[in-house]
Design a protein around this ligand. Structure first.
Ligand code: FAD
Length: 410
């Protein structure tokens, strides 16, 4: 039987898939063959969103040689304020503030625009010798008796690609996950997130704001320059109505929530509403298959942690594969896969429950719940050690932290 075409084939060249590919080539060198299949490689990357990249994820990007390409255009989050009010309240009292450093000179997160970050990852992967296949994964088989320690994948361009390990990094509607027979615990929230970019007159000084309003959180996240990224949660039908409004009516809705503390504002760039759901795969592995990123879990964007969780998966899987490959072991073998699953599943379920609980607690019109949460926020604000532990969680530096998120090469 001929040698497999790769040691690891990754279906999906989003953030999680490309980060894993770069990390594996860096740690295991040119003899370890990594391929990524994604039809999106046929065109230049394009995603109008921006993401809050936690400190751990930034260290990963720095270690795999991607951060330098985007650093000049990122915006550190220097502090964060949280308010809780109704839309028509005259003032929005601040209940909680966070100073933004996890170590001297190291902000707990940076805002980064998705398109340049994806472009930098694609370039780094290509330079590092990752084989980029501009096609989809259609089907695969790892269970037949003739499998011989390999997965046989059928690609959208008609080619057949054999590999030792198939990684599902193909997003929320993962074909690989479905093909492996893995189901999800999932539900849809009756909410959508409107995303747009706003230019404003006055500087934001690196401050992120999260305003908890009855329909859901309205987040103002600082971008480089006099701009901020908006993630604005509304009931789903209301979100559809708002994004379809003419510019002046959209501006009025935006200003009612944004306020005038940064001077005059104007929405720049496209606006889009994203459906919001929670889905956690019932297993993160199957025979010669591992799930990472949104293919393994989708969570509410309330804490801006979805991508950060996916990068944590990529870092943990890269570490499991590297440790095994250095001992001459099979990268798709059961020991590698069960170590990866043990490492990542609990952390993910905990984050899913936390974001779900936060959304239920904050996105409602109950005055009683409002009183309870405001007392809670006020107490957290007075307990520096508790605040510190929240900051470390949000920075992705709590629990069993993969080496790449600690800034250590594998
Ligand atoms: C409104 C909103 C705001 C958010 N803000 C933040 C934030 O601030 N911080 C944060 O951490 N997270 C945030 N997230 C979450 C974050 O965007 C996602 O978790 C992240 O993009 C998932 O990355 P991924 O690489 O796992 O999947 P994706 O980015 O979905 O990439 C999947 C890739 O797989 C490819 N693909 C699909 N099917 C196939 C196939 N059959 N074969 C081959 N390739 C395939 C696709 O073309 C795509 O390139 C937000 C999400 C939303 C909705």
């Amino acid at each position: 039987m001929p040698e497999p075409a790769s040691d690891v084939l990754i279906a999906g060249g989003g953030f999680a898939g490309l980060a894993l590919a770069c990390a594996l080539r860096q740690s295991l060198g040119p003899s370890f063959r990594v391929a990524v299949a994604d039809p999106a490689f046929a065109r230049p990357p394009s995603d109008a969103r921006a993401s809050a990249i936690a400190a751990g994820a930034r260290r990963l990007f720095e270690t795999i040689g991607v951060w330098a390409a985007v650093a000049d255009d990122t915006q550190p989050i220097l502090d964060m304020v949280i308010t809780d009010s109704k839309l028509d309240d005259a003032v929005r009292p601040t209940f909680l503030t966070f100073g933004g450093e996890i170590a001297p000179g190291e902000p707990f997160a940076h805002m980064v625009e998705n398109t340049p970050l994806l472009a930098a990852l694609v370039e780094r992967a290509a330079q590092g010798g990752v084989v980029l296949l501009p096609t989809s994964l259609k089907d695969f088989s790892s269970r037949s008796p003739s499998a011989h320690r390999r997965v046989t994948a059928e690609l959208g361009n008609g080619q057949v690609h054999a590999t030792r390990l198939l990684v599902a990094a193909d997003g929320a509607h993962s074909r690989v996950r479905a093909g492996a027979g893995i189901t999800c615990t999932s539900w849809a929230y009756p909410q959508s997130a409107i995303v747009t970019t706003v230019a404003h007159e006055r500087p934001h000084h690196g401050r992120a704001e999260e305003h908890f309003l009855p329909a859901g959180p309205f987040a103002i996240l600082p971008l480089k320059g006099l701009r901020s990224s908006i993630v604005w949660t509304e009931e789903a039908s209301e979100a559809q109505r708002i994004v379809a409004l003419p510019d002046d009516a959209f501006h009025a809705e935006l200003e009612a929530r944004f306020g005038l503390h940064l001077g005059e504002i104007v929405a720049v760039g496209p606006r889009r509403a994203f459906p919001i759901g929670l889905a956690i795969a019932r297993a993160f592995v199957a025979e010669r298959v591992a799930l990472i990123g949104d293919a393994a879990h989708v969570i509410h964007p309330i804490a801006g942690q979805g991508l950060n969780l996916g990068l944590r998966d990529a870092a943990a899987l890269a570490e499991c594969i590297t440790d095994a490959a250095r001992l001459g072991l099979d990268p798709g073998g059961p020991d590698v896969l069960s170590r990866y699953q043990r490492w990542r599943r609990f952390d993910t379920v905990a984050m899913g429950i936390t974001t779900d609980g936060l959304n239920r607690l904050f996105s409602n019109r109950s005055d009683v719940l409002r009183l309870v949460r405001d007392i809670g926020l006020g107490m957290v604000d007075r307990l520096p050690r508790l605040k510190d532990s929240f900051i470390h969680q949000a920075a992705g530096l709590a629990g069993e932290v993969p080496k790449l998120l600690r800034g250590e090469a594998l």
